[in-house]
Design a protein. Structure first.
Lengths: 116, 112
């Protein structure tokens, strides 16, 4: 299995809702990442988990809460989002734990999020 | 992305022609330079990468060249095909060797 699987593929939520994005990989990779991508823009790093511990938080607002229950799973919990948070949320993994940023990333297809 | 400039933003070529995309970076300590391809509705996919101990790397119709003195690296696609149409991103470990920072992207369109 060489895939990173993200669910759901599409999500529409109101500003008062609580929802979660899920990401799963079974490649034995030890680092997992959340990126945010706005339309016609490059992916922007949000969080990095290495060996199930949070290694990087790119000053992301607290309405986004990551969780790494085990080495294969990564969640992103969403609460009280704003319309400007609408974007494609991409999960990625890398074989080695995060060290210097020189890791090869394997991306999922993303969750397209719309906040109304 | 910050500290990496990517050009051009759009590129249209005829099928069979070559395409070249260039990225210029600022952190001279960087030592890893990948290129990702993103097709519509999908996440980015690594297509080729190079480390700073080599100047060029090829994989069939795709090549990456690195000029550490000038601090730029380029993606070369030869004999382009319609399925090469996509958005291409350069990337590199940004300042402080954090996780990958992506360039602004190049939308390549290969006309049949």
């Amino acid at each position: 299995d060489t895939e990173v699987t993200q669910t759901p593929k599409h999500l529409v939520m109101g500003m008062t809702n609580k929802k979660s994005l899920k990401c799963e990989q079974h490649m034995g990779h030890r680092a997992m990442y959340w990126y945010k991508q706005k339309a016609k823009k490059p992916p922007e790093l949000m969080f990095v988990y290495s060996y199930e511990k949070l290694s990087i938080n790119e000053s992301v607002p607290s309405r986004f809460s990551p969780e790494c229950p085990n080495s294969s799973l990564l969640n992103l919990h969403l609460h009280a989002l704003q319309p400007e948070d609408s974007a494609l949320y991409l999960c990625a993994s890398s074989q080695e734990g995060y060290r210097t940023g020189g890791e090869k990333l394997f991306f999922g297809s993303g969750t397209q999020l719309s906040v109304l | 992305g910050e500290n990496v400039e990517q050009h051009p933003s759009t590129l249209s070529v005829q099928e069979g022609d070559s395409a070249v995309i260039k990225c210029t970076y600022s952190d001279s300590a960087s030592n890893y330079f990948p290129w990702y391809k993103q097709e519509l509705g999908k996440g980015p996919q690594l297509i080729i990468d190079i480390r700073s101990n080599v100047g060029e790397k090829k994989d069939q119709r795709i090549a990456v060249t690195l000029n550490k003195t000038a601090k730029h690296f380029s993606l070369h696609i030869t004999e382009t095909q319609p399925e090469d149409s996509a958005v291409y991103f350069c990337a590199y470990p940004g300042p402080g060797r954090r996780a990958l920072t992506f360039g602004s992207g190049t939308r390549l369109q290969v006309q049949p």
